[in-house]
Design a binder for this molecule. Sequence first.
Ligand SMILES: [Zn+2]
Length: 267
Amino acid sequence: MATETAPELRYNELIEAFAQLELQEVPVLAHASLRAFGAVQGGAETLLSSLLPNVAALMMPAHTYLTMITPLAGPANNGIIYGRRQDQNRLAESFSAQMPADRLMGILPETLRQRPGARRSAHPILSFTGINVDNALQAQTLQEPLAPIRMLAENDGWVLLLGVDHTVNTTIHYAEKLAGRRQFIRWALTESGIIECPGFPGCSAGFKPLEKDLADVTREIRVGEALVRAMPMQAIFEGVANRLRRNPKDLLCTDITCERCNELRKG
Ligand SMILES: [Zn+2]
């Protein structure tokens, strides 16, 4: 017996659904799982085509973790075990502007990056891509990898979680930095050799508790099988600042082998 499956989502349904979020006037940083929606006719292209008319500007992380190198030694208290991951070092790829966005972030960022009119910033690990976000992308430097988020926030930017939760919400990382949480140093392979990347954020596995703090400002809809949520970046900054003021060790994960959370727990 055939199992009952939900009908394919179509462009018209998607465009009507995203319109309900009322984000047409604001720039948006989106994180997405296409799979979470169930079947979508035309896949990632259809999802993007229905989202773009419903936002003023669209940015997504296009991070490239394959460039990362773990050195044999380096600065202390850096949330890293030096000399580990030598196998990954051997497989590391040199960053180039055409390097695909890491699959860890799903298919949407890479689809966006390849879209006509899309630009991409040049950070060898933490690049962003998007349409109508040129100023935000240009603001990124090695010293300030999350500057594109600062720029969107200055323009009343929102975060859009498309079938994903706060454990992929990069804006929480920027909020941690604003609240004074220490950042780390990482290294990337580039065409000019291995370069140091300061301002690298911590771990995001412990971010879920923030969800309830943001409930009052979150716009939430169901689209197909996916839960779609949007919230203002400024509210995220305030929520994180409140938590870290009460408990500087809040929003860390519970994995006892987590090198970055363990480092921050040391205080
Ligand atoms: Zn952790």
